[in-house]
Design a protein around this ligand. Structure first.
Ligand SMILES: NC(=O)N[C@@H](CC(=O)O)C(=O)O
Ligand SMILES: [Zn+2]
Ligand SMILES: [Zn+2]
Length: 430
């Protein structure tokens, strides 16, 4: 049946839309966009007061299936994505078994088709078992639908290996997404190395442990010509390296998480809150400020969550023994609306760019536009809803958000994937 969404404020910079109009959806596609649309027999929904944008895509998510279903699975993770306003996520390969071959990619896609509440774009590992030693079966994975490659969770330590990854990966036209971490410098580092690590008596994870690999991988991008995407960037100097690479014309992009934008190491001081233990670690307020500027000036291409769910009992350990990672799918849009759009740092168009347009571009996905003929992947949000983050309200199995208790303004209310509702009035469709 046709679906008519009336009176939403549409924002889509690609087609220069920024105003109230109606959207007609038929057979999974947008059939018309305009004022005062009518359609005989269509289901009509009034979206007055809400914003309607191209479906949001989170290109850095850990769905944990197969192997760690006690933390999250494809069903709960994609429900969390829909609840947060996303129509698609890129799933990281650090599962058990590791997603480093075609069968594993096929499993994630099949499972997502069966139980998923959003599109799932699998990323394959760059090396077998994420060990950084032997190339993974990239061609096989591409044939099964892998959209990108990454050893996320680890940095590739050997530069020669990283060069081979890029030389080989380039042939498949996919982006290499890198988690930058030099193990020799980082070791068992727990939090950013500096005043806070000293005060808390925790081993430091120095900024240089990230920046050295960013610099190296940019150099290897220059050498090989392979597209490079820097994952979860956290430092001002790391961002300057990306800026310089872009100015040089290298195919380099980068992403940032809401927690690295809106939480600094200071949040750890005196709390030892293990939900704030993330890899790479929360950095200084000066780094946060530089990253926010990077989003505003376009040096940072996209905002991702690095949704890294863990069970309560795993995070309940002493700080050193708790795993790295925090969840993000159900707070990301609200955090961006509250802390960036709400404060006038970016406008809605830029928000759409960093959360919907750029992720699809970087992953080489079909673009989505609020225009006739486009696939109807659509996010609707109400920018006025005031709410407080409460772990009990999550669709995710996990509660390890660093933003529990935060007062936010704005929230996704309705989500459509290929014209099919996955969330209606704030409730995920069963
Ligand atoms: N970010 C994290 O702190 N943890 C991620 C791994 C990663 O993204 O590096 C995880 O898989 O839990
Ligand atoms: Zn990572
Ligand atoms: Zn990750």
């Amino acid at each position: 049946m046709a679906l008519l969404l009336k009176n939403a404020h549409i924002v889509d910079p690609v087609v220069e839309l920024d105003g109230v109009a109606d959207v007609l959806i038929e057979d999974g596609k947008i059939a018309a966009v305009g004022e005062g649309l009518k359609a005989e027999g269509a289901e009509v929904r009034d979206m007055t007061g809400k914003y309607l944008v191209p479906g949001l895509v989170d290109m850095h998510v850990h769905l944990r299936e197969p192997g760690f279903e006690h933390k999250e699975d494809i069903e709960s993770g994609t429900r969390a994505a829909a609840h947060g306003g996303f129509t698609g996520v890129c799933a990281m390969p650090n599962t058990d078994p590791v997603c480093d071959n075609g069968v594993a990619v096929g499993y994630v896609r099949a499972r997502a088709a069966e139980v998923g509440k959003c599109r799932v774009y699998p990323a394959g590992a760059m090396s077998k078992g994420l060990k950084g030693e032997i190339l993974s079966e990239m061609g096989d994975m591409v044939a099964q639908g892998a959209v990108a490659f990454t050893d996320d969770g680890r940095g590739v330590q050997d530069s020669g290996m990283m060069r081979r990854v890029m030389d080989y990966g380039k042939m498949f036209g996919k982006v290499m997404m890198v988690h930058c971490q030099d193990d020799g410098l980082v070791g068992a580092g727990q939090v950013n190395e500096g005043v806070v690590s000293t005060r808390l008596g925790l081993l430091g994870w120095p900024a240089e442990g990230e920046e050295i690999e960013i610099a190296r991988d940019i150099a290897l991008c220059r050498l090989t010509g392979c597209p490079l995407h820097i994952q979860h960037i956290t430092t001002a100097r790391g961002l300057d390296l990306v800026r310089a690479a872009k100015e040089e014309g290298l195919p380099v992009t980068c992403e940032v998480t809401p927690h690295h934008l809106f939480l600094s190491e200071d949040a750890l001081d005196g709390t030892y809150n293990t939900s704030l233990k993330v890899n790479p670690p929360l950095r200084t307020q000066a780094d946060c400020d530089a990253l926010i500027e990077g989003v505003a000036d376009g040096s940072i291409d996209c905002i991702v969550t690095d949704h890294a769910p863990h069970a309560d009992w795993e995070k309940a350990h002493e700080f050193e023994y708790a795993p790295f990672g925090m969840t993000g799918l159900e707070t990301s849009l609200a955090l961006v609306l509250t802390n960036l759009v709400g404060k006038g740092i970016i406008d809605y168009g830029k928000m759409v760019d960093v959360m919907a347009i750029a992720p699809r571009e970087i992953l080489g996905l079909e673009p989505v536009k609020i225009a006739e003929g486009s696939v109807a992947d659509i996010t609707v949000f109400d920018p006025t809803i005031e709410w407080t983050v409460d772990g009990e309200g999550f669709e995710s199995k996990a509660h390890n958000s660093g933003f529990i208790g935060a007062a936010l303004t704005g929230r996704a209310t309705d989500v459509y994937v290929g014209g099919v509702a996955t969330m209606v009035d704030g409730k995920v469709v069963d």
